[in-house]
Design a protein around this ligand. Structure first.
Ligand SMILES: *[C@@H]1O[C@H](CO)[C@@H](O)[C@H](O)[C@H]1NC(C)=O
Ligand SMILES: *[C@@H]1O[C@H](CO)[C@@H](O)[C@H](O)[C@H]1NC(C)=O
Ligand SMILES: *[C@@H]1O[C@H](CO)[C@@H](O)[C@H](O)[C@H]1NC(C)=O
Ligand SMILES: *[C@@H]1O[C@H](CO)[C@@H](O)[C@H](O)[C@H]1NC(C)=O
Ligand SMILES: *[C@@H]1O[C@H](CO)[C@@H](O)[C@H](O)[C@H]1NC(C)=O
Ligand SMILES: *[C@@H]1O[C@H](CO)[C@@H](O)[C@H](O)[C@H]1NC(C)=O
Ligand SMILES: *[C@@H]1O[C@H](CO)[C@@H](O)[C@H](O)[C@H]1NC(C)=O
Ligand SMILES: CC(=O)N[C@H]1CO[C@H](CO)[C@@H](O)[C@@H]1O
Length: 634
């Protein structure tokens, strides 16, 4: 038996030696890293806009989908949809309330509830049609106890044969125990009662107090990621499911009464209250992150493509949109923007033509004419704008390219080196990435017919980190990267896993286990990558990128699929013995660790202070399935 165990021992020792990482990081010879390395990608998917980021509490506020969904009668009244007196061209349908007892009206259940806090002031508005000289009562009530949490009386200005707007505020006298609350609007009922209502809206305080703004704690979670770009408004949602169903920028601006809304790609009605201007405000509120604006490029998800001869209006639409955003007030669309209250132009420096135009039979036409026509038209008017192709299968002139990957952990890890061999000419945005399925034991990509993970699990998040390190090592060609999708309303979603899950109750807001990795990488920005020479070991099971920050040296590393802890000894050229460093390590109890609203602590963070030893060498070790960043003070 003795020789046997000796043999086993020496094999183990070999494995240990092979896994040890001894790195010497040079002080020059690297590449400047894109300032946009970490960002956000957003589209209205999984009720992440309406019912999520967009702070509106009333669901189906303007009956845009021709249903009474989310509304119910109170006090014996009857509700029906009414098309006889449109509030506006964009909002043709209203609700007619008839009959009822002495106090009658209608009730809205919100987006699966409403959060009610005593410390918050709620701002509401509704339009009514019909003669009525009494008062309205607007209230927030608990669905569980029937308690009134906030109420106010509004003197009626309502008249026959015209729409009248009423505004009000609600100040709760107590906080609700949970988010099972509704909004109730009541008035004097009776046999002759007949009143119509539309655009019934209620907002809590919003992020940075923007009118028509965003939900506070979700925006805070996004801001905490320290993002530097926002890719919007899609994604598939930009393209639309069928002919004419594209995201139409001009229908998402102006007063809410002018926004018709749209059944988005994810098959539910979007109010478009979160429209183009709200995206720009969002970018501004994240301390001016760069917007990567997706423009509609003539491919629908059912495979229909706009023929070359009919593309003109789409190109004009894109130019109008860019003029609306960036044009001087003396231009027609710049003037429109000013008229809507935004005289100061926004900056758009990055445009993406379409989304995933390699899919759904779109590639031939994208290659033949679509990318080129948009590129040439935009460049002719805006020579300084940088234009991304929506795929890596086709670039045109100086365009960038967009790489999307939804796959399994092993597959991501196998792609650590994929960008090493790409030509550096056309910068790549990794516009969407996520681990969505488990390993199978073989190196297999996603099976689109099989279920996806409900929650990001830790092994998948570490694999994403390895992939990101591979991208950052190629700083000369990677423009930026963003996880997708960003947000998920747990009460109604089409796609999991997502980066942040939420419900109406802010206490449920749950960042996935991928979130702390992105946050850590994004907080420790490498300004310039530096060549790191590894003595006697190659990538795997440890992966890394080294570089220089503002006043520090940085090493980012991940360990995936190791049988033992991996010892690191790292020296940075110019860093002396005694130099101070700190090491942040993210790890979890199991490869399957994940976060849920009930358990949000799937990832452990440990910070260790280290001192460089002889020759400036910093030593530490990392466990299997860990992600770490070492920051050494210069
Ligand atoms: C910098 O870019 C060059 C050219 O793409 C590449 O060969 C080199 O490895 C890069 N250096 C680092 C440290 O990433
Ligand atoms: C309502 O939504 C469904 C999809 O859920 C869609 O098929 C229908 O066209 C929509 N109707 C209106 C009026 O928007
Ligand atoms: C709340 O009101 C509903 C409808 O009127 C009633 O069915 C329910 O019993 C009430 N709940 C409580 C706790 O009073
Ligand atoms: C409270 O609301 C949640 C949805 O957010 C729902 O699943 C639950 O059934 C509600 N509970 C009650 C008692 O209404
Ligand atoms: C886009 O919106 C504008 C303004 O609302 C409208 O005139 C136009 O018809 C819309 N286009 C489509 C295809 O719906
Ligand atoms: C993980 O380790 C196992 C056994 O050591 C090996 O077969 C497999 O290829 C490794 N996977 C990756 C992605 O490195
Ligand atoms: C992936 O594996 C985890 C842990 O076994 C499991 O909970 C999850 O359901 C798996 N995902 C899928 C899509 O089967
Ligand atoms: C309102 C809405 O879009 N609901 C959909 C959310 O996603 C689920 C699938 O997960 C659909 O069944 C719902 O219809």
């Amino acid at each position: 038996m003795a020789p046997f165990s000796l043999r086993a021992l020496s094999l183990l020792a070999l494995a240990g030696a092979a896994a040890a990482v001894s790195l010497s990081v040079a002080n020059s010879g690297g590449n400047a890293t894109s300032p946009y390395m970490y960002g956000l990608m957003f589209e209205d998917i999984n009720q992440s806009g309406d019912g999520g980021l967009y702070a509106e509490l009333i669901r189906n506020r303007a009956f845009q989908n021709a249903t009474l969904e989310s509304w119910s009668p109170v006090g014996g009244a009857a509700l029906e949809l009414d098309a006889s007196t449109p509030l506006s061209q964009a909002l043709p349908l209203s609700v007619k309330v008839t009959g009822g007892k002495c106090r009658a009206g209608l009730k809205n259940a919100g987006y699966w509830g409403m959060d009610v806090k005593k410390t918050d002031k709620y701002t509401g508005s509704f339009y009514s049609y019909g003669a009525y000289s009494g008062s309205f009562t607007a209230s927030l009530v608990s669905d569980i106890t029937n308690e009134t949490l906030a109420t106010t009386r509004i003197r009626s200005k309502s008249v026959a044969n015209a729409w009248t707007q009423h505004e009000f505020e609600l100040l709760p006298t107590k906080s609700a125990a949970n988010s099972n609350n509704s909004f109730v609007l009541e008035f004097r009922g009776g046999k002759k009662t007949e009143l119509k209502f539309n655009l019934i809206s209620l907002f809590p305080p919003t992020y940075k107090n923007r009118p028509n703004g965003m939900r506070r704690e979700l925006m805070e979670k996004l801001k905490d990621l320290n993002p530097s770009f926002l890719r919007c408004p899609g994604g598939n949602n930009l393209e639309g499911d069928y002919w004419g169903n594209y995201w139409n920028w001009s229908a998402t601006i102006g007063p809410l009464t002018d926004r018709p809304g749209r059944v988005g790609t994810w098959t539910y009605e979007n109010t478009d209250g979160l429209g183009l201007i709200e995206y720009m405000n969002w970018a501004e509120d994240m301390d001016d992150v760069e917007v990567v604006l997706g423009i509609v490029a003539g491919l629908y998800l059912n495979g229909e493509v706009v023929p070359e001869a009919e593309l003109g209006p789409f190109v004009q639409d894109a130019l109008n949109e860019l003029e609306f955003l960036t044009g001087d007030v003396s231009t027609p669309y710049g003037a429109l923007r000013a008229k809507l209250g935004y005289p100061k132009p926004w900056k758009i420096r990055y445009v993406e033509v379409g989304n995933e135009d390699n899919l759904w039979g779109g590639l031939d036409s994208y290659k033949a004419y679509r990318l080129q026509i948009f590129y040439d038209a935009i460049k002719a008017k805006y020579p300084d704008m940088f234009i991304f192709s929506s795929t890596t299968d086709h670039v045109y002139k100086e365009s960038g390219q967009d790489f999307h990957e939804y796959t399994r952990p092993d597959y991501f890890v196998s792609q650590f080196g994929m960008f090493d061999s790409w030509s550096a000419g056309n910068p790549i945005i990794i516009g969407e990435y996520a681990t969505i399925q488990n390993n199978t034991g073989k190196l297999e990509p996603t099976d689109w017919d099989a279920p996806k993970n409900q929650w990001s699990n830790w092994i998948g998040s570490v694999a994403e980190a390895v992939f990101l390190l591979g991208a950052e090592r190629n700083a000369d060609r990677i423009w930026g990267a963003t996880f997708a999708p960003l947000l998920q309303n747990l009460n109604s979603y089409q796609w999991a896993p997502d980066l942040i899950s939420f419900t109406a109750d802010p206490a449920d807001t749950t960042p996935s286990v991928s979130y702390p990795i992105i946050k850590l990488f994004s907080e420790t920005r490498i300004k310039e990558t530096l060549p790191a020479t590894a003595e006697g070991s190659d990538f795997g099971p440890a992966y890394w990128v080294a570089g220089r920050g503002d006043s520090s040296y940085i090493l980012k590393a991940a360990v995936y699929n190791s049988t033992a802890d991996v010892p690191f000894s790292v020296s940075f050229e110019g860093l002396e013995a005694g130099a101070m460093a700190h090491l942040t390590v993210l790890s979890a109890d199991s490869p399957w660790a994940h976060n849920t609203p009930e358990h949000k602590e799937g990832v452990r963070t440990t910070v260790t202070h280290l001192t460089a030893g002889e020759g400036g060498v910093i030593e530490f070790s990392l466990p299997d399935l860990s992600v770490a960043v070492l920051v050494a003070d210069k």
